[in-house]
Design a protein around this ligand. Sequence first.
Ligand SMILES: O=C(O)CCC(=O)C(=O)O
Ligand SMILES: [Fe+2]
Length: 377
Amino acid sequence: MTVSTAKLPVIDLSSPDRLSTANSIRQACVDYGFFYLANHGVEEELIEMAFEESRKFFSLPLDEKMKLPRKEHRGYSPLYAENLDPDSSSKGDSKEAFYVGPVRGSGNKAELNQWPSPGNFRSSSFMEVDNGVLSWKGHVSHDIVNQFRMNIFMLARVCSFGLEGVSSLPAADYCLRSAARRLISLIALALKLDEDYFVKVGALDDPEGFLRLLHYPGELGSSDEEPIYGASAHSDYGMTTLLLTDGVAGLQACPSYRALPDSRFVGRSGDNLGSGKMYHRYMGEFTIAKRICASVLCFIVNIGDMMERWTNCLFRSTLHRVMPTGQERYSMAFFMDPNPDCIVECLESCCSESCPPRFPAIRSGDYFTERFRLTYD
Ligand SMILES: O=C(O)CCC(=O)C(=O)O
Ligand SMILES: [Fe+2]
């Protein structure tokens, strides 16, 4: 373990001492906006299988992947299509991604997900899991009518989104989404709120949690070119992100960043959200940042902008990025976002006369629309 890793706190999600866990979370969110989450209940085998599916998916020929272009934040996004920080590099991020949105509970939205069709896979290595029978830990096995549905299940269940026609979901209580919900109740306690506060304000209604599979080819730019980032500097937009990586280094966070008071209200041009996220414009150099060494067994958790706004910047939506190391890298990020209709406004406990709310109340969906526009347009 490196020194920098040791400094990032490890939170034990299974600890029976919820108050002490909540206090540790509070400290981690105030100091870093990042922490490791251990004993989250998601089985190693499930994580490994999801990584395996992800590797197979990204190894499909580009024209197959391009049959599933990203729409409504679901589907495939090729190399350089996204630029999280257009001011630091014009080329776009050296990563490809596949997005999965909620499959169940969102009306027609479930259908917006794009899935590789059986035809896409016939010539690939992505298929053939036990001849159409999916087994999980010996508890369950389902005949899944075709490879298409099986592949949906394989990927979707990592976020516990249901699959019509599949009667039981063994992983449902031990999936990313359930871990995120348990964590969010601890975050509420950490903020001295009722543990179901975020449920009560509708943040977790039919949540718009998204899973993003990521593949970084690891290419290094030549020194006379603009820098190439795997993911350029950004903060995440939602409540909290649960990140899994294959252990290859590259993720860097910048917990030392403190917003200059005025910059909080000055966004990049066209950004009318007061997000003030153009850090390096105000800081000069983007200074690093600790290297985060990830164990595949621990999630890396970070706080997103919505939580930062709720807490009036007490909890930090920390700037982070992925640097290419020359080594290929896979990760999976589960973004727990508030329901789009949830109004996010400064918590009473986080403001006072001398510390007024820094951000106006905002509908979560409006915030996301604007941030996506800035990333993709
Ligand atoms: O791949 C990683 O380690 C980080 C990804 C990330 O920050 C993101 O997708 O928002
Ligand atoms: Fe991120």
